[in-house]
Design a protein around this ligand. Structure first.
Ligand SMILES: Nc1ncnc2c1ncn2[C@@H]1O[C@H](COP(=O)(O)OP(=O)(O)O)[C@@H](O)[C@H]1O
Ligand SMILES: O=C(O)C[C@@H](O)[C@H](O)C(=O)COP(=O)(O)O
Length: 336
């Protein structure tokens, strides 16, 4: 049974709007940032990572965003192009804004954190009038990411993109991607997240991210069921709540729920799990697979990324995900 009806073939399968940044991942793992001396540079930013993931899985992809007019911006642009991502709506900033940086600290595979440098970043300077309606109309799916709602003018650009997507029958996915750094208050955050979620077809987030959105709601037990039900009164068809190593649960508008356990992994670091899960899960749904199979596919894609050093560069191909699942089924991969 198909819970979301994706538009038939279009020029693009998947377009995301939001941040294009740089990840600087610690080379010396299992130590705190104070003792970390060298880093490897990768393209980063959650929606960028998901788009790269979709492209690796063979989807026709595009990105809507803004990059700094500097070497970092050009590095990101070139990487997207090399990965077959349509960059015709990647705009270059002309105000002297900089590229957002995420330094990662890997104290242990289970204890990772991110130090973000996000003052005066180009990605939050995308304007509504820079969003191309035709590009969205040409896409089967539009993914928005919550961080792009943190400031104007990027906030308005996302709402404009939502208007275009609804106008053209594009399936809208909301990856909550809550990063406190660029928000000013919990109330402001909850209000804008809720306004955006009302317009979306598929919502993906962690339990903690949904808790943030429920600042004004009554859900004392943090019930996943109650969380999901709220969005079925609007336009949502599927709500997925992720619980890290404990797996994930998806609810559908029809009142069904599906649980996915995580696969075993030799974990290097935990960040990047959500982005690769999103790419694998959405890829599965777009193939017309069941929710269970799509969740399993996302979970396996997540394991490949968390067993690697990067997020974007480690995004797997179809063959790699298939191979990972087969090896797990044969008992060849164990938990780290
Ligand atoms: N330690 C882990 N081992 C195996 N799979 C994991 C692990 N952590 C996360 N995953 C997989 O990645 C998915 C998303 O991870 P989660 O941590 O919930 O999201 P996010 O990275 O957005 O915080 C989980 O549902 C699970 O399938
Ligand atoms: O999103 C960012 O700006 C940083 C990412 O590129 C980063 O590597 C990361 O944190 C991925 O996040 P997750 O998939 O939500 O764990």
């Amino acid at each position: 049974m198909s819970y979301v009806s994706f538009p038939a073939s279009k020029r693009l399968d998947f377009t995301a709007i939001g941040r294009l940044c740089i990840d600087l991942n610690a080379n010396e793992i299992n130590r705190p940032m104070e003792e970390t001396m060298t880093f490897t540079k990768y393209v980063g930013g959650s929606p960028a990572n998901i788009t790269i993931g979709m492209s690796r899985l063979g989807m026709k992809t595009a990105f809507i965003g803004k990059i700094a007019n500097d070497q970092m911006g050009r590095f990101i642009h070139r990487y997207l192009e090399n990965n077959g991502i349509d960059t015709s709506n990647v705009v270059t900033d002309d105000t002297g804004a900089v590229t957002g940086l995420a330094f990662t600290e890997i104290k242990s595979p289970a204890d990772c954190s991110i130090l973000m440098y996000r003052d005066h970043v180009a990605d939050l300077k995308l304007k509504s009038r820079e969003v191309q309606e035709q590009l969205i109309a040409d896409s089967r799916v539009l993914l928005i990411s919550g961080t792009a709602l943190a400031q104007s003018p990027s906030r308005e650009a996302v709402f404009q993109a939502l208007t275009y997507a609804r106008r053209h029958g594009v399936v809208i996915v909301f990856d909550l991607d809550y990063r406190p750094y660029t928000w000013t208050s919990p109330e402001e955050t909850a209000v804008y997240y809720n306004l955006a979620a009302e317009k979306c077809d598929i919502i993906l987030g962690t339990r903690e991210e949904f808790d943030m959105m429920e600042t004004f709601d009554h859900n004392p037990e943090h019930s996943d069921q109650l969380t999901a039900q709220k969005w079925f009164d609007f336009t949502a068809k599927i709500v997925v709540i992720k619980h890290g190593k404990q797996g994930s649960i998806a609810y559908t508008r029809e009142g069904l729920s599906h649980r996915a356990a995580s696969y075993p992994a030799q974990v290097v670091k935990t960040f990047g799990a959500g982005d690769s899960y999103a790419a694998g899960f959405l890829y599965g749904l777009m193939q017309g697979w069941s929710i269970e199979r799509s969740m399993g596919y996302g979970s396996a894609a997540a394991c490949i990324v968390i067993s690697s050093h990067s997020c974007s560069d480690a995004m797997p191909t179809v063959d790699q995900v298939h191979d990972y699942i087969e090896r797990c089924n044969r008992g060849e991969i164990t938990m780290s």
